[in-house]
Each structure stands twice: as structure tokens, then as C-alpha cells.
Design a protein around this ligand. Structure first.
Ligand SMILES: NC(=O)c1ccc[n+]([C@@H]2O[C@H](COP(=O)([O-])OP(=O)(O)OC[C@H]3O[C@@H](n4cnc5c(N)ncnc54)[C@H](OP(=O)(O)O)[C@@H]3O)[C@@H](O)[C@H]2O)c1
Length: 105
């Protein structure tokens, strides 16, 4: 499980109607997009094993980075990571998720 961010999404960054459209923090966004590429490539390499590889968007969480105006408490911010770390044998691999919902790359 790789801790990514919705700010990695090229699809949402290129959509003027997306809520993240104005948040162009290039170094951060590009590093998370690269992490997502690693997720896809590692999932491919491990496709014949029991190991699943996915990217997580924790949400906007009240941490030092997220700041006090974030919408999620720290206890909630761990949920997506915990879900992806405890997937069933038939769970997904090579995807990008927030609270069980797929996000666009
Ligand atoms: N908070 C959000 O809203 C949000 C949203 C989307 C994604 N994320 C992702 O969630 C993850 C956790 O973020 P967070 O909100 O918990 O951030 P945070 O409160 O700023 O904590 C970042 C953590 O990373 C450690 N760190 C920073 N630079 C490091 C380095 N060079 N080597 C080793 N450790 C380093 C810090 O250690 P020290 O305490 O020792 O400095 C700190 O423990 C990150 O990957 C972030 O991109 C967060």
C-alpha cells in the first residue's frame, strides 16, 4: 500500500471542474504521480503472487501537512491505508483508492 494523494491525479488536474484543479503544487503532485506509476509497475511484477499493490488517498487529514482546516480527523485518515493493508485474497491490485472507492489516475 503506497500512500499517495488525490493531488497525483492527472485526470483531475486536467479537469477545470475538478475540486483539485487550482491546487497545482508541482513537485508534490509529480512525486505522487511517480509513486502511482510504481504502484502499477510493481503490481504487474507481482501479478502471479499473493501480494497486492495499491495506491491510497487518505483524504484531507488534520495532520501537520493537512493543517487545522482539513476535513478528516487523524483516526479517519488511516482508514484507507488499513483497508488496503487488509484486503481479502480476491481484493484489487494495481489500483488507486479512497475509502473503498476507485480514484482516476
Ligand atoms: N494530510 C493530508 O491531508 C494528506 C492528504 C493526502 C495525502 N497525504 C499523504 O499522507 C502521508 C502522511 O502525511 P501527513 O499528513 O501525516 O504528513 P505530516 O503530518 O507532515 O507527517 C509527515 C511525516 O513524514 C516524515 N518525513 C518527512 N520527511 C521525511 C524524510 N525525508 N525522511 C523520513 N521521514 C520524513 C515526518 O517526520 P518528522 O515528524 O520527523 O519530521 C512526519 O512523520 C504523506 O505521504 C502525505 O503525502 C496526506
Amino acid at each position: 500500500m503506497n500512500v499517495s494523494s488525490i493531488l497525483s491525479s492527472l485526470t483531475l488536474h486536467s479537469d477545470p471542474n475538478s475540486p483539485i484543479y487550482p491546487f497545482k503544487t508541482f513537485a508534490y503532485d509529480a512525486s505522487k504521480a511517480a509513486l502511482n506509476a510504481f504502484t502499477i509497475h510493481l503490481a504487474y511484477e507481482l501479478r502471479d503472487s499473493k501480494i497486492k499493490v495499491n495506491s491510497a488517498h487518505p483524504g484531507w487529514v488534520k495532520t501537520e501537512m493537512g493543517g487545522p482546516n482539513a476535513t478528516m480527523e487523524v483516526s479517519e485518515g488511516g482508514k484507507t491505508s488499513a483497508q488496503l493493508a487488509t484486503l481479502a485474497d480476491d481484493g484489487p491490485s494495481g489500483g488507486f483508492f479512497h475509502l473503498g472507492q476507485p480514484l482516476p489516475w
